[in-house]
Design a protein around this ligand. Structure first.
Ligand SMILES: C[S@@+](CC[C@H](N)C(=O)[O-])C[C@H]1O[C@@H](n2cnc3c(N)ncnc32)[C@H](O)[C@@H]1O
Length: 245
């Protein structure tokens, strides 16, 4: 998608992100898993956004470093996390030597954010960063959807009221395992808003291979944060990788 950069999603969504995803409060099991994996060390969230997960994790006692490419997202985070051990860092999860001084107990990227990294080379660069910023034996947690491109509707209605319609218009580029979409917000009497997202999806097996090439071995995979069994029909997975020695 032309004119789509690493901070486009964050800059467009930041102001309304918490309202759009108000129903996606993290479950206690998610915070507990991340807290347990962090142990006595810090956690790093890649693509922290407004702190939907980082804030409750910090409240549970874990210092969190939150990396994001979007200054607008980090402004929201800083405002909401005042007084908590959350450090917002403006940076790209795929940039070389992202945070060489860090030695975290857990790194995580949730809510499909890993697929927002622009392609296989960028995803591999991120995994290399993850390995470098973890303690030996540290954990990396990824939450992403299981791709089913055949189910992508070119246009679907996301919400519909008397004053506002939100349509999602999507384009699938099969050869690149890429999906571009626009949430088109039509509000009575207001200018049209376009909220773009681009994902480069991987199958669970492709993700495992990429992680392994970066020195991260799959430890567990579940269908949700509560530990439901992962099956071929699961819509998403929560996968935990361990840093190999
Ligand atoms: C779907 S949001 C998820 C936010 C938060 N993790 C949550 O679960 O609510 C994805 C976030 O990743 C950020 N992002 C996208 N590409 C990134 C990159 N290359 N490096 C760091 N952050 C990135 C976006 O700005 C956005 O804040």
């Amino acid at each position: 998608m032309d004119e789509y950069a690493a901070d486009t999603y964050g800059e467009r969504f930041a102001a309304s992100y918490d309202e759009i995803f108000a129903d996606f409060t993290p479950r206690p099991a998610q915070i507990e898993l991340l807290r347990r994996l962090a142990g006595p060390h810090a956690a790093v969230e890649l693509g922290v956004g407004t702190g939907r997960v980082a804030i409750p994790l910090a409240r549970s006692g874990v210092p969190v470093v939150g990396v994001d490419t979007s200054a607008a997202m980090l402004d929201q985070l800083a405002r909401k996390a005042a007084g908590l051990p959350v450090q917002p860092v403006l940076g790209d999860a795929t940039a070389p030597e992202l945070a060489p001084e860090l030695k975290a107990g857990v790194a995580y990227t949730v809510f499909n954010t890993f697929f927002m990294l622009p392609g296989r080379a960028a995803q591999a660069a991120c995994l290399k960063n993850v390995r470098a910023l973890l303690q030996p034996g540290g954990a990396f947690v990824v939450e992403v959807f299981v791709p089913r491109p055949e189910l992508i509707a070119p246009v679907r209605i996301k919400s519909f009221t008397a004053t506002e319609v939100v349509l999602q218009v999507s384009q699938h580029v099969a050869g690149e395992q890429r999906m571009d979409s626009q949430d088109v917000v039509l509000r009575h009497g207001a200018p049209v808003q376009l909220m773009p997202t681009q994902v480069h999806y991987l199958t669970p097996h492709q993700l495992d291979l990429l992680a392994e090439e970066s020195g991260l071995a799959l430890e567990s995979r579940h269908a949700d944060w509560d530990g439901a069994e992962f099956t071929p029909d699961s819509a998403k997975h929560v996968s935990v990788y361990r840093r190999l020695p």
